[in-house]
Write a protein that binds this ligand. Structure first.
Ligand code: AMP
Length: 417
């Protein structure tokens, strides 16, 4: 397999799938340039290796050509961060001439890939009540057109780099299908490499003991992760709203706390699997409870399995954090996904912020490998200024979750297989 460090880019044009799906304000100024900034090392590697770059990305969820989703809004930011002017092609299907005359050292950015339905390969504009027959036909049509779309993109370059981890779980034209045109000239960019290495350090070749902290609101959205991780970890800390389904499943009284009654069997299955595999599950011992879902609600600490009627668990207590702290202190590898309380409300943020701090501490003090992923956990780590103090902060979102679930991601498989 080729790697970005070993590949010889001299005289070559590289088409790079980047993730420039950045937030814009009303004046179309970039409000958070993290994703563009993160892609710069990959782009610079090609240029300094003597190559030229064709950049392709999506922005937002356009339904066709929509000016507000044009990548021309972000050219200024790419130029600023890259430190050089770039060329822009206003139609990603009409880049042949510009790509053909691209000189080594130059960068060409293509317009939003999702202006074309072929990028995602899903039909657009179908009536909601369209018959199955019509839907099937429309799908077949876009799939057929997608082949030409992929071929056209591939014609712009000599090699392909995928550096968009955030869309690696999608089998789109630019994230997976295009790779087949470059059987010996395809590779990951630095972001993809970093993400894969970090997650593999937890799920493939971890140093034990391994602890996963899983939080968030729902068991239903994390079942597959819990079921996969139970085979990989030594300890599983379960917090957040989803903990109450586990408590109720074991006969606890949870008052008005969040609960998914239809997931009780699932919770029991996970507890049983953990027992069988010798995995220790740590649920909260007590909860900081509120009499309504409000930052200003009355508060009291209750044992986790005897929460009074009308009260709901909103965060974990100090006593729980103490128990968890001992587990984290003795772990060599820690994965954290999902807040352990309603951290958007300052009065119920302590548990989540304490976890962020503990992870930073054990990374610095004990050399523990700590991987943080998922929007809310990443936000908590950033809010505390700890992003550089934990081992790795994943930007992958859905892609990271699917990788943790043990699924094969099309964007990864297209490069490695
Ligand atoms: P998720 O999107 O499933 O990862 O869940 C994240 C959400 O879970 C955040 O918005 C939190 O406010 C919420 N959450 C965490 N703990 C609780 C809790 N004890 N009760 C209700 N919601 C919670």
């Amino acid at each position: 397999m080729q790697t970005i460090d070993s590949y010889n880019f001299a005289g070559k044009k590289a088409i790079i799938r980047v993730d420039f799906n950045v937030p814009l304000d009303k004046e179309f100024r970039v409000t958070d340039d993290t994703r563009i900034r993160a892609a710069i090392p990959t782009i610079k590697r090609v240029l300094s290796g003597g190559g030229a770059v064709v950049l392709m990305s999506h922005l937002g969820r356009p339904k066709g050509v929509e000016e507000k989703y044009s990548l021309n809004h972000i050219i200024y930011k790419v130029e600023e961060l890259l430190g050089q002017k770039i060329l822009f092609c206003t139609d990603c299907m009409k880049g042949g001439e510009m790509a053909g005359s691209l000189k080594m050292g130059e960068v060409l950015m293509l317009e939003n890939l999702r202006f074309y339905a072929e990028e995602e390969g899903k039909p657009r504009g179908l009536a909601e009540d369209a018959s199955d027959e019509v839907k099937k036909e429309a799908k077949a049509k876009v799939k057929a057109e997608q082949k030409e779309f992929v071929k056209q993109l591939a014609s712009y370059a000599d090699c392909y780099i995928n550096d968009a981890f955030g869309t690696a779980h999608r089998a789109h034209a630019s994230t997976a299908l295009i790779a087949e045109y470059f059987p010996n000239d395809k590779m990951f960019g630095y972001i993809m490499e970093g993400e894969i290495k970090a997650i593999d350090k937890v799920v493939k070749e971890p140093q034990h003991p391994v602890t996963a902290i899983i939080g968030g609101s729902k068991v239903s959205s994390k079942i597959a992760i819990l079921e996969n991780l139970v085979n990989k970890v030594d300890n599983m800390i379960i917090g957040g709203g989803m903990a109450f389904t586990f408590i109720k499943a074991q006969g606890g009284k949870i008052g008005a706390s969040l609960c998914e009654d239809d997931q009780i069997e699932v919770a029991l299955g996970i507890i049983a699997a953990a027992k069988q595999k010798g995995v220790k599950i740590y649920l909260p011992t007590d909860a900081l409870c509120a009499d309504k879902f409000d930052n200003e609600a009355n508060r009291q600490i209750c044992p986790i399995d005897s929460i009074p009627d009308g009260w709901m668990g909103m965060d974990v207590s100090d006593a729980t954090l103490k128990v968890w702290d001992n587990v984290l202190e003795s772990s060599k590898t820690i994965l954290w996904n999902g807040p352990v309380g309603v951290f958007e409300m300052p009065n119920f943020a302590n548990g989540t912020l304490t976890i962020a701090k503990t992870l930073a501490d054990v990374t610095q003090r004990n050399g523990t490998f700590t991987l943080v992923g998922g929007g809310d956990s990443v936000a908590a780590v950033n809010q505390m200024g700890y992003a550089s103090k934990v081992s790795y902060v994943s930007t992958g979102g859905g892609a990271m979750l699917e990788y943790l679930e043990g699924k094969t991601l099309p964007g990864i498989a297209a490069i490695t297989q």
